[in-house]
Design a protein around this ligand. Structure first.
Ligand SMILES: [Zn+2]
Ligand SMILES: [Zn+2]
Length: 405
């Protein structure tokens, strides 16, 4: 019982802290214990550590820590990928041969599929790059229109010296601009972007299915052992038992078969993490945003809450449609459109103000007594803001899978 509790607590704590570290910054957790814990882990504890280190060691510990942290988080090394692969291969090698003789043909077929799929998706997600190059920049510029809310035309990446297409982002770890940038994944040593997002989704889905299926198989095998040893020809072994007796026999049977038992527990304890990632990406597909864009949207949400965002109809502000510079903004076939102009200003825009073409900031009118421009109204809720990259769940999904929308 001792090792089982230690192993369970270790896996559970690692899963929990990974969840907090990755998702704790999301606005939805801001005022919850997960948000507080995230700030404690990323801000308060490092701050306290810095002070103690400065007093005791003159900052030397921090220097080593930073070097290691920078290597682990900011450089493209395969340590996490190797760790993940070792865990995956070891668990499968421990589980499958032990379970195989006790499984029927249908389960054997499912096991083969469940074991192989994560490797195929992992291979695709790791080796497929979504980089923007001088060769594909024309196609990339025409992929999505600039919404002039999150992405503005005419900007250049100062490292790649290429225009920045809408929805792209420069990744300093991959040292490239990435198309439809979602996030840089230390697991994959690669950015998740336009070309490999479908493999990434496949990996999350296949990992979730494999873990849940592994936990289910572990359950039926151990339950079968209990049935055969406690009530071979009689009723269900668990019938009429108290909870403590039920748990007692489960603990006995799980600790009696270390190989199956360990993988069974690992599958139960890590499946919420895989499901959490999957659920988050399904939410992103529902919202029509990438992980990168959610942080930009949350900035807008804060500005809306502060009353700084004003909106008008584009057709009213620019009644004479100016032809666009096709070198900067080539025509796109993306169907999402919005008749909106958003601006950021701390007082209602007055007649005669100017809008910056590179951002949403405005230059107020030179005449402070000019009348307030009636075409604008203050945005009170994010629902009033259109996201042109959101075409609805199924079409967002088709776009993520690289199918025509
Ligand atoms: Zn770049
Ligand atoms: Zn990257």
């Amino acid at each position: 019982m001792g090792w089982i509790r230690t192993a369970a607590l270790t896996v559970l704590s690692i899963s929990f802290f990974t969840f907090v570290a990755l998702f704790g910054r999301l606005p939805i957790f801001r005022k919850t214990p997960i948000g507080f814990l995230h700030r404690a882990v990323w801000i308060h504890i490092p701050h306290a550590f810095r002070r103690i280190d400065a007093i005791l060691f003159g900052g030397k510990l921090l220097y080593c820590w930073n070097r290691t942290g920078k290597y682990l988080m900011r450089e493209n090394h395969p340590l996490v990928l190797i760790f993940f692969l070792i865990l995956l291969v070891t668990s499968q090698v421990a589980f499958v041969p032990a379970a195989w003789p006790r499984l029927g043909i249908p389960h054997r077929v499912c096991v083969v599929v469940a074991v192989i799929l994560p490797y195929l998706f992992l291979y695709g997600a790791v080796t497929t790059k979504s980089f923007i190059t001088p060769q594909n920049i024309r196609t990339e510029l025409a992929r999505y229109p600039y919404d002039r809310v999150l992405f503005h035309p005419g900007k250049q990446c100062s490292t790649c010296h290429l225009p920045k297409p809408a929805r792209s982002k420069h990744c300093s770890i991959c040292n490239a601009c990435v198309s439809r940038h979602d996030h840089h994944c230390v697991w994959l040593t690669n950015c998740v972007g336009r070309e490999n997002y479908h493999y990434f989704l496949g990996l999350l889905l296949s990992m979730s299915v494999m873990l849940i299926y592994g936990a289910y198989l572990g359950y039926i095998l151990f339950d079968d052992t209990l049935q055969k040893s406690l009530s071979p020809n009689g009723p269900r072994w668990s019938r009429g038992r108290s909870w403590s007796s039920y748990l007692h026999f489960w603990t006995l049977v799980v600790t009696n078969d270390l190989r199956l038992g360990f993988v069974f527990l690992l599958a139960i304890l890590t499946s919420p993490l895989a499901l959490g990632f999957l659920a988050y990406h399904i939410y992103l597909l529902w919202a029509g945003a990438t992980t990168n864009e959610t942080s930009k949207w949350s900035d807008w949400r804060e500005d809306v809450a502060d009353g700084l965002v004003y909106k008008a109809r584009r057709s009213e502000i620019y009644p004479n449609h100016k032809p666009r510079d096709e070198n900067i903004e080539p025509p796109t076939s993306w169907p999402g459109k919005a008749d909106q102009v958003l601006i950021l200003t701390d007082e209602p825009p007055r007649v005669g103000f100017a809008i910056s073409t590179r951002s949403n900031h405005i230059m107020q009118s030179e005449d402070p007594n000019a009348p307030i421009d009636p075409r604008w109204h203050r945005v009170n809720n994010m629902r009033e803001v259109d996201n042109i990259y959101d075409l609805g769940f199924w079409r967002n999904m088709r776009d993520a899978l690289k199918l025509p929308v």
